[in-house]
Design a protein around this ligand. Sequence first.
Ligand SMILES: [Fe+2]
Length: 194
Amino acid sequence: MIHLNLTSKKALEMIESSRGKTPDDGWIDHSKCVGYAASKIAKALNLDEDKAKALGYIHDIGKLIKFQNHVMEGYNYLKKLGYDDCYCNVCLTHSYLNNDVNCTQGNPVDIPFRTEFIKNHEYTIYEKIINLCDLMCMKKVVTLEKRLIDVISRRPQHDNIVYHVNEALKLKKYFDDLLGYNLYDLFPEIKKNL
Ligand SMILES: [Fe+2]
């Protein structure tokens, strides 16, 4: 079994070469934003910047295969290509907070493998960074609050919305505490993007 490393350069190539092959390429610019934001947070925490960037770039790669259920598609796609688990796993984990498939935007269908995986998986610091950045990135970095309101205003309400918003705010606080300052300070451009 091979466990290939995925550099940010390769991850960027993979998403850029997907342009024009999906119904809407917005996810590619969003993924580039997630990679950028994740690497900035990783640097501030003395973590591996390139790994964080690669994970951000690749987390939505399942959208290349199928928009619906992109989470499972991305996981299976990277597994098949032989990439290390950390890259496959982020495709699964990025949409769910608090080790709970119900803690997401929308009402997930029950896919037993996914439900169990999310419940039992110990989220790495990198996966937590991607969770947060996914919620802070449109095509540019915005505040978590802005992004959450954006999604809530566009999509029909779902049962777990309050639960998800509260867990998202907790995650932001987790990083504020780790950094010892407000994470938004890492993104001076954030004000202009509101
Ligand atoms: Fe995403």
